[in-house]
Every structure is written in structure tokens, then in C-alpha cells.
Ligand binder design. Structure first.
Ligand code: IMP
Length: 189
């Protein structure tokens, strides 16, 4: 089967391709020559994922899915949440991580989670899938793999950050992996 993933972030597309396997041909927005700036104006991951998948469905009438993810930090009332990509006002990962570290300065309560919501539109009907991974925000950056907030996120049960982890291991346990696995088992039903 063929599915369009409403993302032009090749890092994410490849991460999901690695999880999804060869039974599903995954096309990115680049593959379908969609270069639109898709609106993402919701206040929840569910709203944003749904907005993106419906946008693609309305224009291309194909089976498709979109995801929205982010980091929720308990001591910051769930921030950066849907604003994860531009928390500091810029898309620069370093600046966004620094802002998190600054806001948590002196804070011992550092629990956090990454969360992903996937909105699938199959035969015109929407289905939602969620994945999350609990952990904590470290005192400083460590590691250079991955992207985003990986250097300051330590998943529960590990003594290393996401950015120090083998990518295959991250793909096995991540919020995105959990949501994608739910998507795949739904598609296989
Ligand atoms: P997106 O909705 O998947 O594009 O994620 C939005 C933002 O959340 C990204 O720009 C990152 O800052 C952050 N984020 C999402 N997933 C991850 C992850 O696996 N590692 C680190 N940061 C992430």
C-alpha cells in the first residue's frame, strides 16, 4: 500500500521509513511535489496533526497521515509542547535547548515526556494514534546524535541521553516509534 506522510523533514521521514518496513511505500511531501507551507495553528498535538493530514487529503485525495510531536516538561506546565520547534522564537535547536535549561535552572523536579500524535486519513476517515516516552531533562547537554532536544532528554531506565543512544535503539523506544507501531498494527488489521 502507498501512504503519503505529510512531512518534508527527511530526518523524520527516514526515521519512520525505518520503523514502518517495506510493506508500506511511504511518500514524503517532496515525493509528491508538495512544497506548501501547511498551516499548523492548533493548540494541541491532535489539532495540528489533524490540520496537516486534512490539508493533504483535501488537495491530493490520497490516504495520508501527519504527525505532531513535542516535549512536555512538567515543571513548565507542559511547555514547550506544541511550541517545541520554535520555543525560543527561532528554529535553532541550540537556542531552544538553552531556553529549557535556563527555565529549569535550580529546579529539581525535571520530569518530562516526548509525545507524538499521528492523524491518519484512510478512505476519508480520520484515526488518531498516540505515543509517549517518559524521562527527565538533564542538567546539561550530552551526545551528538539525533536532533532537537535529544541531548537534554534522558529516558526513564537509561543513564544516557537520546543523543548518546544508538539511533536504532531510539527508533525502538521513542514516542514516534510507539505511535507508528499503533498506526501499523491498525493498517494490518
Ligand atoms: P515535530 O512535530 O515532530 O516536527 O516536532 C516538533 C519539535 O519537537 C521538533 O522540532 C523538536 O524540537 C521536538 N521533537 C520532536 N521529536 C523529537 C525527538 O525525537 N527528539 C528531539 N526533539 C524532538
Amino acid at each position: 500500500m502507498e501512504l503519503v506522510f505529510a512531512s518534508s523533514n527527511e530526518h523524520k521521514v527516514n526515521e519512520i521509513r525505518a520503523i514502518i518496513g517495506s510493506a508500506i511505500i511511504l511518500k514524503s511531501l517532496n515525493d509528491i511535489a508538495c512544497f506548501d507551507d501547511i498551516p499548523e495553528t492548533g493548540s494541541t498535538f491532535e489539532e495540528n496533526a489533524g490540520q496537516k493530514s486534512r490539508y493533504i487529503f483535501d488537495r491530493y485525495h490520497c490516504d495520508c497521515f501527519a504527525d505532531d510531536s513535542g516535549l512536555e516538561i512538567d515543571a513548565l506546565n507542559g511547555e514547550p509542547g506544541v511550541y517545541s520547534a520554535r520555543y525560543s522564537g527561532s528554529r535553532d535547536f541550540e537556542q531552544n535547548m538553552q531556553l529549557v535549561l535556563d527555565r529549569l535552572e535550580g529546579q529539581n523536579h525535571r520530569t518530562a515526556r516526548f509525545r507524538t500524535v499521528i492523524s491518519l486519513i484512510l478512505n476519508g476517515k480520520e484515526h488518531l494514534f498516540e505515543g509517549s516516552i517518559e524521562g527527565k531533562i538533564t542538567l546539561q547537554r550530552s551526545g551528538s546524535k539525533g536532533f532537537g532536544y535529544d541531548p537534554i532528554f534522558q529516558p526513564d531506565g537509561y543513564e544516557i541521553s537520546f543523543a548518546e543512544m544508538d539511533p536504532a535503539e531510539k527508533n525502538r523506544i521513542s514516542h514516534r516509534a510507539i505511535a507508528v507501531e499503533k498506526l501499523i498494527s491498525f493498517l494490518n488489521q
